[in-house]
Design a protein around this ligand. Structure first.
Ligand SMILES: Nc1ncnc2c1ncn2[C@@H]1O[C@H](COP(=O)(O)OP(=O)(O)O)[C@@H](O)[C@H]1O
Ligand SMILES: [Mg+2]
Length: 237
């Protein structure tokens, strides 16, 4: 049997006196596309931050590629192959598109930028534009492209479609599909608009109060109105 790429085992984490993740446990297989859904405030962002090491664990364990990474710093986890695109698009507004991408290159040759431009042709057109001049969708593309230049084997996407116009959402989702097909990278996608995330993903975990309350094939969850109504609310189109 193939080994999981990611394992969360009874993860407890939070902020100050507040516990957000309550014995959170789930696995992911290599190349899997996993949607993580649930109401606002249930701990989706905190989960991604705990995987990256941006929130310390109070107890439990995060393993990546079979290795316990719970005590590693975020940059060490990134070096091992974890890529993170936070909810707030973390681009440098005063740098150009190309300069933003160069900042994500690490030790790779400059030619690697071609990968980013192939995935997002729009970024190639805008390569000399400043980050602040980009539309929301273009900023999101830049944020994703920069994370990918680190060649992660698992990419964590926090609400990548949030606030974007329908056509741009389709363009991003199509790029994510190409990426999955061409690289086999594993992806966790957190989304409020669950229909789009479930159409892209293979499997889904539903969170409530910092714990997994439901797991299913993405297509099965998409058809399961009762479960969606109960745990996700009205976020389905
Ligand atoms: N930096 C923080 N300090 C204190 N509480 C926080 C912080 N970030 C998030 N929270 C709280 O943690 C809970 C879970 O937040 P979050 O993980 O962002 O949920 P989600 O992404 O599912 O909307 C919420 O109640 C939120 O208010
Ligand atoms: Mg969030």
């Amino acid at each position: 049997m193939e080994a999981p790429i990611l394992q969360l085992e009874r993860v407890v984490a939070g902020y100050g006196p507040t516990t957000v993740l309550n014995e959170l446990t789930f696995n992911m297989m290599p190349q899997e596309r996993l949607a993580m859904v649930g109401r606002n405030g249930v701990g989706k962002t905190t989960t991604l931050r705990a995987i990256m090491g941006l929130v310390p664990l109070r107890s439990g364990r995060v393993s990546f590629q079979g290795r316990d990474v719970s005590s590693l710093a975020p940059h060490e986890r990134a070096d091992l192959g974890l890529g993170y695109v936070p909810q707030t698009r973390d681009i440098f507004p005063s740098l150009t598109v190309e300069e933003n991408l160069l900042a994500g290159l690490k030790r790779r040759p400059r030619k690697a930028l071609d990968e980013a431009y192939a995935l997002f042709p729009r970024l190639a057109e805008r390569r000399r534009n400043g980050g602040a001049q980009l539309s929301g969708g273009e900023q999101q593309m830049l944020s994703v492209a920069r994370a990918l230049l680190g060649q992660p084997s698992l990419l964590l996407l926090d609400e990548p479609l949030e606030g974007l116009a329908p056509l741009i959402r389709l363009e991003l989702l199509s790029a994510f599909r190409n990426l999955s097909r061409e690289t086999g990278i594993a992806v966790v996608i957190v989304e409020q608009q669950v229909d789009e995330a479930l159409a892209y993903a293979q499997r889904a975990v539903v969170l409530d109060h910092g714990t997994v309350v439901h797991q299913a094939d993405a297509a099965a969850l998409l058809a399961d109105e009762e479960t969606l109504e109960r745990w996700v609310g009205m976020a389905v189109h």
